[in-house]
Write a new protein. Structure first.
Length: 617
């Protein structure tokens, strides 16, 4: 049965034959990608993961092979031996890497047949995604998927090689563990041995990597699966892969240098040379300039246009002069029709009384002086789209409220409304301005950024309490410690000094996508306890959840810090894919279902009984 191993050992890959191979014997194995029947001449496109080669079967040369070949259908697995021949000049196919040659079949063996698949890897039109996911093994045979998965391998390998060369050890951490807070729900695994107790699948190896620092492995990394039960979007998966790392004694800059190093290696593996160091920006500045903490630098920043308006203009427009007034400029959108301008309004999501003036022509007509100043300040060119976002006068004098932050919550609302509109407009008119199209110049195509100095806490309006903006193991800024002290006294006050505590946290952003976040950690048990307290946890609660960790901190913990980046996202961007599902071999749908294996499924009574679990109908 397996005699192809003996006398048909593969000598070439299907995508590798070139003109210089002419005259050589070759043995190819693969799938029938396509076949064309020209009577006495049969052409078979044979495919493996490297590409395709044309096989010619000539009835006049060998009637028996021809007869066998006539029975071939798409996706049959075959082995062919033959001689490589240069194609006639008029049949050379310039679009194929192997297009100058063909293999003249001398022996053909059918290794396996195939049912007619629901779609073919060679189809040019894509079938619907559900069918693709159900028959993922067929889908993965497509050349785009083969390319993406190969790219994923190369990127991961480049990162491993780089970090290993820098002295990092790859160390595994458990999947069956206890809950670590990263802001999502846990996936739980019931224990049979101790019914009623559960392991949690890790949302990240956060505490283990910190413990590895306490254990003396001063440079750790892991390309590791993380599990988060949260609402899914195109760029989320319930299980995803992080490039997770941690080091002892680093300044943030040292972590950034390591990340820039491995990203350079990863991008080089995908054929792009990127420039380091990446620019850096404070969180507050990102909010003021882009209205978001992950700015897409490919698009122009906001322009502050408050002083372009005379005081009476502001009154006439009913604008709150205490709040920001910013212009959004989207270049080269061209003249918009009335209907097109009207279609902008629904894109605007107003927060905190923000309002939008999407018709700049109206401003030009009613306030020509202000419009001229805005055009000059924002360097507006013909065809640029300008929208102005400001706070309505009806929001009152809210900024008079005391605040400890550089950007107040009221200002944040205006900036955030403008930030969302800026992105929505850029998406809507992407075809026209062309800014998102790849230019081939990595300096333009890949705009990296470090965002730093995040706030340590975020106010949760629903819970009426403070939450960790990153995670509770992040170190506050040394100079903000007094504010932390003071803030712990006013835990349920949105104006608490906790709002002004900055974290030693950083995000790495690429083209408006957050690739990863990290921080310098708390390495002192007393500070860690205070943070838990600020998050509304009593001493007992903190001990119950993280006692093992608080205890470990007391045994000589070196200062440490790290970061984690999403591998799937990086590969998605490098592959130019639209969704994470295009770069994950076996992904889940938006309903967290694996359509191929059909998971999750109910389990049998016996299994449930053993686990001491009863399912409520
Ligand atoms: N554990 C964090 C996360 O998964 C990353 C880090 O702080 O290193 O987002």
């Amino acid at each position: 049965m397996l005699d192809y191993l003996g006398d048909l050992r593969r000598t070439h890959m299907c995508g590798a034959l070139r003109a210089s191979d002419a005259g050589k014997k070759a043995v190819l194995m693969g799938w029938v990608n396509r076949r064309r029947d020209h009577g006495n001449l049969l052409f078979i496109e044979l495919r493996d993961r490297t590409g395709v080669t044309q096989i010619v079967v000539n009835a006049e040369r060998d009637a028996a092979i021809h007869e066998k070949a006539a029975a071939l259908r798409n996706e049959y697995v075959i082995a062919v031996t033959g001689t490589v021949k240069l194609r006639d000049a008029n049949t050379v196919n310039k679009n194929m890497a192997t297009g100058e040659v063909e293999l003249v079949a001398e022996e053909l063996r059918i290794l396996n047949e195939s049912k007619l698949p629901p779609f073919l890897p060679s189809d040019t039109a894509l079938t619907n995604e559900e069918t693709r996911l159900k028959y993922r093994y067929i889908d993965l045979r497509r050349d785009v998927m083969q390319f993406n998965i190969e790219m994923r391998h190369k990127v991961a390998k480049a990162i491993r090689d780089y970090l290993s060369a820098q002295g990092f050890f790859e160390i595994e951490t458990p999947f069956m563990t206890r809950s670590t807070p990263e802001g999502a729900r846990d996936y739980l695994v019931p224990s049979r041995v101790q019914p009623g107790t559960f392991y949690a699948l890790p949302q990240s190896p956060q505490l283990f990597k910190q413990i590895l620092m306490i254990s003396g492995f001063d440079k750790y990394f892991q390309i590791v699966r993380c599990f988060r039960d949260e609402d899914l979007r195109a760029d989320r998966q319930p299980e995803f892969t992080q490039i997770d790392l941690e080091m002892s004694y680093p300044q943030p800059e040292r972590v950034w240098e390591v990340v820039e190093g491995f990203l350079t290696a990863a991008f080089a593996a995908a054929g792009s040379t990127i420039k380091t160091p990446f620019p850096r920006m404070d969180y507050d500045e990102a909010i003021r300039l882009y209205g978001i903490d992950k700015p897409d630098l490919r698009l122009p920043a906001f322009v502050d246009v408050k002083e372009c308006f005379a005081p009476e203009n502001l009154q006439q427009l009913a604008l709150n002069t205490n709040l920001p007034i910013v212009a959004i400029r989207i270049p080269k959108v061209g003249e918009l029709s009335r209907a097109e301008r009207d279609s902008i309004k629904p894109l605007f999501i107003s927060k905190g009384g923000a309002k939008v003036f999407e018709d700049f022509k109206r401003i030009e007509k009613n306030f020509p002086e202000a419009a001229a100043k805005i055009s000059a300040k924002a360097a507006v060119e013909a065809g640029d789209l300008i929208a102005i976002v400001a706070g309505s006068a009806q929001t009152g004098e809210q900024t008079a409220l005391p605040t400890h932050r550089k950007v107040t919550p009221q200002e944040l609302a205006i900036y955030a409304s403008a930030g969302l509109l800026r992105l929505a407009l850029a998406q809507k008119y992407a075809e026209r301005h062309g800014i998102f199209k790849k230019t081939g110049d990595p300096a333009k195509d890949f705009r990296f950024l470090w965002v730093t100095n995040f706030p340590m806490f975020e106010w949760d309006e629903g819970e009426k309490s403070w939450m960790a903006a990153h995670h509770p193991f992040t170190s506050p800024h040394e100079e903000d410690m007094p504010k932390l002290e003071a803030g712990v006294e006013s835990l349920h006050d949105p104006q608490s000094e906790l709002s002004a505590v900055r974290a030693l946290a950083y995000d790495v952003v690429l083209n408006g996508t957050e690739l990863g976040s990290g921080s310098i950690r708390i390495h002192r048990q007393d500070v860690q306890s205070r943070i838990f307290r600020a998050l509304g946890m009593t001493e007992e609660e903190a001990r119950a959840r993280f006692g093992f960790f608080l205890e470990a901190l007391e045994y000589g913990t070196p200062p440490h810090g790290g970061i984690a980046l999403g591998l799937d996202r990086i590969v998605m961007i490098l592959a130019g894919a639209e969704s994470l599902r295009e770069v994950i071999p076996f992904p889940k749908t938006a309903r967290a279902v694996d359509l191929m294996v059909d998971a999750p499924t109910p389990v049998g009574e016996k299994q449930l009984r053993e686990l001491g679990i009863q399912v409520k109908k």
